[in-house]
Design a protein around this ligand. Structure first.
Ligand code: ADP
Ligand code: MG
Length: 585
């Protein structure tokens, strides 16, 4: 006999629902911060004991909860923020379901102390999974304190999924960090077992970044926006390419004040910086979108970690472009990172209150960087790169690798000849691609292509052949004339016309065809990058002064003068002022 179906008891339902929203201390903290921000708090302090496993307490100075409403705050689906279906379609607050506090109270002991006026008196409500609500009074200024004790104490299976206090504290720190960046006008403090993990002053993004990542990163900050993209406003900042990390954790996306994950948008952000950073490295990046509430749906994820954006594609494209342009225009200042291309990674806050062992390590890091950076304002140096590389005067070629040049402003630049040429060729190819996309006349194959003396046969796998087939037109526009030759064999008659093509055109023809058959949406980019790389001037090639000058002049047309298409730096820059400082002139 099958088991009979029966509705679950209310407490069981609540505990199951709670599990969807409340997973660990970090998810509780997220909800508590949302509530404090919704209440208009300007100061939010989070205290943890044992990473939040024993205690999570959020203290805010927001508008508070009316004494009569306090018991309702813990009831499921009771909220002050949404009243009708209509409201739900355009939620302007971070919370709206009215279930966060109820969910927390289903799996932990909760105590809310709140004052909604200046009387100096607050109401206290205490409740828990097996504790009836009790009310009391206590002195307190306007604002709310929510204390959550012994998370999942009565749900051992969930408790067992939590990690050590240290790991949980780390996760909370990541949440608070993201909120501090998303709301830089709000003061945030996070304390774990008496140790301050984070403290921001509420005086803007730059200060918040300085508090979180250190002043070196804040000084090297490149801001973008406000930019309009449809109904949306985009603002953000990215740390210069001298700072990067192996983790993606420092890429923060904020939608209407809520730090969120949105795979497509995050991928677009990455596409914006990927060609400018080394493989596997990520910048410190914050991008904030402000858009009409009805164009965002935060209701698709139980914990509101993901949102659905109505105009995701154009927004992603605008963000990618903004990040790319911002990061791409800032040259690496050689003196700022000691001429070394290897960055020290993110500099952590210099934490007076951090445990001694950690603080010592950080200080060493700081000292090492100090010897390279100057304490004067290096902002003044950064844009000093004269915009027109056609006006740069080549001084010498170093080891048949680098061109040393002097800019009209008296700055010194080192240009990697291979990477510079690669960048130029790559952008020319992009141009051809763009012409094609824009529906302009397909470039005459005479211009774009160069016939091979001997056509090349390329045999692919069936999968590769299937992938290549629909791409042949676009390849032809690029100058690669490739036609099916029966089965999975293709015949290449012409290759893109590029100066460096002459030497091993046949080999290039074959490898380009394979590149074009890769299983990736980025295939065309892969083709362009590899084409540029294979035909660019090599290192070890002597260049006459005229050739050097011509190469620099060609850099004039590129959109990104600072790195090759693989993301490695192509240009180092010693500013006049930086040299003067370094030599103590
Ligand atoms: P929601 O935020 O979705 O409304 P919650 O369960 O998080 O649901 O909170 C329920 C209600 O309690 C909120 O609508 C709000 O009125 C009140 N509340 C919770 N936390 C605070 C706070 N820190 N300050 C003021 N009001 C609060
Ligand atoms: Mg809430």
């Amino acid at each position: 006999m099958p088991e009979r179906i029966a509705p679950l008891a209310r407490e069981v339902v609540e505990r199951i629902a709670a599990g969807e929203v409340i997973e660990r201390p970090a998810s509780v903290v997220r909800e508590l911060i949302d509530n404090a921000l919704d209440a208009g708090a300007t100061t939010i302090r989070i205290d943890l004991h044992e990473g939040g496993l024993r205690l999570i307490r959020a203290v805010d100075d927001g508008e508070g909860i009316l004494a009569d409403d306090l018991p309702l705050a813990l009831k499921p689906h009771a909220t002050s923020k949404v009243h009708s279906l209509d409201d739900l379609a355009r939620v302007a607050t971070l919370g709206f379901r009215g279930e966060a506090l109820a969910s927390v109270a289903a799996v932990a002991e909760v105590e809310i102390t709140s004052a909604s006026d200046e009387s100096g008196l607050a109401c206290v409500l205490r409740a828990g999974p097996d504790m009836p609500p009790q009310m009391a009074e206590t002195p307190r200024n306007r604002g709310t304190t929510v204390a959550v004790r012994d998370l999942f104490a009565l749900v051992p299976a969930r408790r067992a999924l939590l990690r050590s206090a240290r790991v949980e504290a780390g996760r909370v720190l990541a949440v608070v960090r993201a909120y501090a960046l998303a709301h830089p006008e709000t003061r945030f403090t996070l304390v774990n077992d008496g140790v301050v993990l984070l403290h921001t002053s509420g005086s803007g993004l730059k200060e918040a970044i300085a508090a979180i990542y250190g002043s070196d990163v804040a000084r090297a900050l490149l801001s973008f926006g406000p930019l309009e993209a449809g109904d949306a406003m985009i603002t953000g900042a990215v740390a210069s390419r001298a700072f990067h990390s192996a983790q993606r954790d420092h890429v923060v996306l904020v939608v209407n004040g809520r730090p969120v994950a949105n795979r497509a948008v995050l991928a677009a952000l990455e596409a914006g910086y990927r060609p400018l950073l080394r493989k596997g490295r990520h910048p410190m990046l914050i991008a904030s979108l402000a858009l009409p509430a009805e164009q965002v749906d935060a209701n698709i994820h139980p914990a509101k970690l993901e949102v659905l954006l109505r105009y995701e594609q154009p927004l992603s494209a605008a963000l990618r472009q903004a990040v790319h342009a911002t990061l791409g225009q800032a040259p690496l200042n050689a003196l700022d990172n000691g001429g070394s291309l290897v960055s020290s990674g993110f500099v952590r806050p210099v934490p007076l209150h951090f445990p001694a062992r950690r603080a010592r390590r950080m200080t060493r890091l700081g000292e090492r960087r100090q010897s390279y950076t100057s304490d004067t304002d290096d902002d003044a140096d950064r844009p000093a790169l004269d915009a027109d590389p056609g006006a740069w005067e080549p001084l010498a070629q170093f080891d048949e690798t680098l061109i040393l040049a002097r800019t009209p402003g008296g700055h010194l630049v080192f240009v990697d000849q291979h990477r510079a040429h690669e960048r130029i060729l790559y952008e020319r190819l992009l141009q051809r691609r763009g012409d094609l996309r824009a529906g302009a006349d397909t470039p005459e194959s005479g211009d774009a292509a160069q016939m091979l003396l001997q056509p090349v046969l390329v045999e692919l796998s069936p999968l590769q052949a299937r992938q290549l087939e629909p791409r042949l037109d676009e390849l032809r526009a690029l100058g690669l004339d490739c036609t099916p030759f029966g089965g999975t064999v293709f015949l290449v008659r012409a290759v893109p016309h590029l100066p460096g093509m002459a030497q091993d055109a046949a080999a290039i023809a074959a490898s380009l065809t394979e590149d074009a058959a890769t299983d990736s949406n980025d295939w065309l980019d892969v083709v362009c990058v590899s084409l540029a790389c294979r035909t660019a001037i090599r290192r070890g090639q002597a260049l006459t002064p005229e050739e050097q000058r011509a190469l620099l002049a060609d850099l004039r047309v590129v959109s990104v003068m600072t790195s090759c298409p693989h993301g490695s730096p192509l240009l180092l820059h010693y500013s006049r002022a930086g040299l003067a400082r370094a030599f103590e002139w």
